[in-house]
Design a protein around this ligand. Structure first.
Ligand code: ZN
Length: 293
């Protein structure tokens, strides 16, 4: 049976890092952002043919159902991770990607308001203020919540994950995803740079760790995103918590973000307190790892 881990999350929440850590398990393949497969090839095999995502294979996926099963067959695995981040349907290029024969685990990744606002500020979204990012943060939470409910009705297992927990306790968080897959954690799999990957798109900073190059050189190679230099992996091949918001955001910006009741409500559910603090969070109904689930 095919097992599909779908990773949801806004940009810069660590989806590429999580996918690569999961894909470093001997039974699991990290596919990357499958929604981009029509326009983007393998991020790791920058030059030359990729053994997985050849141009001909990518083109053959257009308009046919069962995209995940077809890629899994090609690689020879029963477990795949899709870090498309946004719930389907993605585009007219794909027919409905939902595979009723597969087992789904949906992971929704999130990051504290201060950290996500700082990430967007660092990526120079023109004219976008911290409060604008919070509008998107609240709307994205609502959209993903609706999708998770839909997927639960279809028999999927869902779990919420905070970027901060993944950065601080990667083995513990990986076990939470592996448990519903009935797979054992493999020591060292969080050091994803020690394993081979072929993935579509993804965060340049995380992907640059797959290369022995200095990450600053790797970033220059990806001309489309020269500014994409932050989060997930702070220094080359070292996972640490991103605290750049402390220098990027002004105190009054933080006050303005937290003055919005909707931000406070979403933050409480996720266990985020003002000032980048982690506080106990509530569980999604029947979430994997909760007392009910
Ligand atoms: Zn490749």
């Amino acid at each position: 049976m095919l097992h599909i881990v779908e990773v949801l999350g806004m940009s810069y929440t660590g989806s590429t890092m999580l996918g690569l850590m999961l894909g470093s398990h001997s039974r699991i393949a990290m596919l990357g952002e499958v929604h981009s497969v029509s326009t983007v090839g393998c991020t790791v095999c920058r030059d030359g043919e990729c053994s997985v995502w050849s141009d001909a294979f990518r083109a053959s996926l257009s308009g046919v159902p069962g995209v995940h099963q077809r890629v899994a067959n090609r690689i020879g695995v029963d477990y795949v991770v899709d870090t498309s981040k946004t719930p389907p349907p993605w585009s007219s290029w794909f027919k409905d990607t939902y595979d009723p024969a597969a087992h789904y685990v949906v992971v929704f990744l999130n990051k504290a308001p201060e950290r996500i606002a700082a990430s967007f500020a660092l990526h120079r979204k023109q004219g976008q203020e911290a409060v604008d990012v919070m509008e998107t943060w609240v709307a994205f939470d609502e959209m993903c919540s609706a999708y998770m409910e839909q997927m639960q009705r279809r028999g999927a297992q869902v779990l919420l994950m905070r970027y901060e927990d993944l950065a601080l306790f990667p083995d513990r968080e990986l076990r939470r995803v592996l448990k519903p897959l009935r797979l054992a954690y493999e020591p060292g799999q969080e050091q994803f740079w020690n394993y081979e990957h072929h993935q579509i798109g993804g965060n340049t900073r995380a992907v640059s760790n797959l290369s022995p190059l200095d990450p600053r050189e790797s970033q220059i190679i990806n001309e489309s995103e020269p500014q994409n230099v932050e989060i997930c992996v702070e220094q080359h091949r070292k996972i640490s918590l991103d605290e750049k918001w402390r220098t990027v955001l002004l105190p009054e910006e933080v006050d303005k973000m937290w003055a919005d009741e909707r931000v406070v409500e979403v933050a409480q559910r996720w266990g985020y307190g003002k000032g980048g603090k982690l506080v106990p969070r509530s569980y999604w109904p029947r979430e994997v790892g909760s007392q009910e689930g």
